[in-house]
Design a protein around this ligand. Sequence first.
Ligand SMILES: Nc1ncnc2c1ncn2[C@@H]1O[C@H](COP(=O)(O)OP(=O)(O)O)[C@@H](O)[C@H]1O
Ligand SMILES: [Mg+2]
Length: 131
Amino acid sequence: MAVFYSHSEEETFAWAKAYAKTLERGDVVLLDGPMGAGKTMLAKGIIAGMGITDEVTSPTYAYVNEYGDVFHFDCYRIVSAAQAYGLGLADYFGRGGICLVEWSENIKELLPDAVKHVRISGEGNTREIEF
Ligand SMILES: Nc1ncnc2c1ncn2[C@@H]1O[C@H](COP(=O)(O)OP(=O)(O)O)[C@@H](O)[C@H]1O
Ligand SMILES: [Mg+2]
């Protein structure tokens, strides 16, 4: 495990953009951390790093936003595995794209065995990113 210390959202974005270069098709990346820590900022950087220029918004209401072969999940409001299966969320993991998952603890029954973790936490403008 390694740690990167970020002092601004721009530094977090830039770190995530570089981290994207380490990812391969089929990877499932769990973006962990409390509300407001910067999980969506990480997703924005990773998606930019994949060469995707679309505007990235939080998928809180849609659960998953698709950017080419990158799938960005926000499972904050998922209440059960049954609901997640019913929404078809499990299908994304077999599509050979890259899955970025916020609040993955709410869909743990659906996740594949092999996942990558990026954990972000901190206060003010400072963040610790463990990966
Ligand atoms: N170093 C930093 N890295 C990332 N976000 C930061 C940082 N400092 C302040 N912020 C702010 O924290 C918030 C992170 O929001 P967001 O990425 O939506 O969090 P989450 O998805 O974890 O709820 C943004 O308002 C951002 O401007
Ligand atoms: Mg978010």
